[in-house]
Ligand binder design. Structure first.
Ligand code: ZN
Length: 368
C-alpha cells in the first residue's frame, strides 16, 4: 500500500497536471514530502496546503482522491500517476485530455454532480433515461456508451472489465491501458469524450445524432487528428527544474513564472470557448522564445511552457508573439485592476463598462 511516505513533492511526478506533474512554484521552507501534506487520518491537510502552494496547485492537490490504492508512493509507482501520464501524453486533442481529467477527478458537471451543488437541470440520462446521470454512468456504464464502444470489436475486453472497477474510473482506465494498444487506448478516450459532447448537445442544444452518426463523426475526426499529428512522441518526465539555493534566484524565477502564467490562462480560455485562431501577445520574451524553440525548457517556466503547448494543440493556427512592455501598458493596467478589484472575470461580446475605456485605448495603440 502506498501512503505517500516517500513521494517527493518537488522531484516526483505526482500532480494531475500535464506535463510536469509537479507544482509550479517552490517557496523557501516548503515541505518536501507528500506525507507532510496529509493529516493523521489520511486526508489532505487543506489549510496547510493552502499556505504553501499556488491556488491552482491547491485545487489540483485537493482533487486527488485519497484511498489506499491511489495515494502515490515511490516504491509502488502510483497507478494514478502512471495513468495521468498516459492520458496527458495521449495522441488526442487537449480538450479530450481535460475531459478525461475531469472524469477521473470526479468533477464532471453531470446531473448527479450538479445536484450535490443544488443545481437542478434535466432528469436522468439523455441516452437511456436511467434515473441517475452520474459521472460513471455517462462516462462508461451507460448502455449507449457500451453500444458505441462495441463498434470497435477489440474494445470488448475493456467493456467487460468495467464491472470489476465499478468504483473507480481511473482504476478502470489504468487496467484498460495495460490490455490494449496505445492507439486503441487513445481512441477509447476519444470515444468517451465524443459521448460527453453528444450528451451536451442533447441537454443544451436539443440536437441529436444517432449512434451510427456519432461513431462515424468521432472516428473520422479522430483519424483526422492523428494524421495531422503523426508520431506525437510522448514527452518523458523532464529533469527537475534547477532551483537556486539563494532566495534571490528563487525570487527572480518566481517573477518569471508570474509573467508567464497569464499566457497559460489566455490559452485555457481560448480552449474553453473554442476560440481560434489567436495571436497571444506577451511581453515575457523568455516565454515566447521557449514556445518557439524545439528544445525542452528546463528553466522555472518549463512547466508553464508545457501546459501552454498542450493547450495550443487544441486551438489550431494560434501562436505567441512578443510585444514590448511599453506597448502592453493597457494589459498591465487590466491586470492591476483585476488584482485590486479581486475579481476573476472573462467575457464574450459586449465589454464590461468598467474596463471599456482601457480596452478602447488598447485597440487604439495597437492599430498604429
Ligand atoms: Zn444512460
Amino acid at each position: 500500500m502506498g501512503d505517500g511516505q516517500s513521494i517527493h513533492i518537488w522531484d516526483d511526478p505526482w500532480l494531475p497536471r500535464p506535463n510536469s506533474f509537479q507544482p509550479f512554484i517552490r517557496r523557501d521552507g516548503a515541505p518536501t514530502l507528500v506525507r507532510e501534506l496529509l493529516l493523521p487520518e489520511l486526508s489532505w491537510n487543506s489549510d496547510f496546503i493552502a499556505q504553501w502552494f499556488e491556488p491552482e496547485d491547491v485545487a489540483l492537490i485537493l482533487s486527488i482522491p485519497l484511498n489506499q490504492r491511489s495515494i502515490p508512493s515511490a516504491s509502488n509507482p502510483s497507478p494514478i500517476v502512471e495513468t495521468w501520464k498516459r492520458i496527458w501524453n495521449a495522441g488526442i486533442p487537449g480538450k479530450v485530455k481535460v475531459h478525461m481529467w475531469k472524469v477521473c477527478a470526479s468533477i464532471l458537471p453531470t446531473v448527479a454532480q450538479l445536484r450535490t451543488k443544488r443545481i437542478w437541470i434535466t432528469d436522468g440520462c439523455v441516452f437511456c433515461n436511467d434515473g441517475d446521470e452520474s459521472i460513471h454512468h455517462v462516462s462508461r456504464d451507460c448502455s449507449f456508451v457500451h453500444a458505441m464502444l462495441r463498434k470497435v470489436p477489440s474494445l470488448s475486453s475493456v467493456i467487460s472489465s468495467s464491472s470489476d472497477y465499478q468504483a473507480s474510473m481511473l482504476d478502470w482506465l489504468s487496467h484498460s491501458m495495460q490490455t490494449i494498444s496505445s492507439e486503441l487506448f487513445d481512441f477509447l478516450l476519444y470515444l468517451l469524450w465524443a459521448v460527453w459532447k453528444e450528451r451536451n448537445q442533447r441537454v443544451w442544444n436539443g440536437k441529436n445524432l444517432d449512434l451510427e452518426q456519432l461513431f462515424f463523426q468521432a472516428a473520422s475526426s479522430f483519424s483526422l487528428f492523428t494524421s495531422l499529428h503523426p508520431g506525437r512522441s510522448p514527452k518523458i518526465k523532464r529533469a527537475s527544474a534547477p532551483l537556486g539555493a539563494s532566495s534571490d534566484r528563487n525570487f527572480v524565477s518566481y517573477l518569471l513564472v508570474i509573467e508567464a502564467l497569464p499566457g497559460k490562462a489566455a490559452c485555457a480560455w481560448a480552449v474553453e470557448f473554442n476560440q481560434s485562431p489567436n495571436i497571444f501577445e506577451s511581453d515575457c520574451l523568455q516565454l515566447v522564445n521557449s514556445l518557439k524553440s524545439e528544445e525542452e525548457d528546463h528553466s522555472m517556466i518549463g512547466r508553464v511552457v508545457d501546459d501552454i503547448l498542450v493547450h495550443l494543440t487544441s486551438i489550431p493556427s494560434s501562436f505567441f508573439q512578443h510585444v514590448y512592455k511599453e506597448s502592453n501598458l493597457e494589459a498591465h493596467k487590466l491586470a492591476k485592476l483585476a488584482l485590486y478589484s479581486n475579481v476573476f472575470a472573462n467575457w464574450k461580446g459586449s465589454i464590461p463598462s468598467t474596463i471599456r475605456s482601457l480596452v478602447a485605448s488598447y485597440c487604439n495603440t495597437s492599430s498604429h
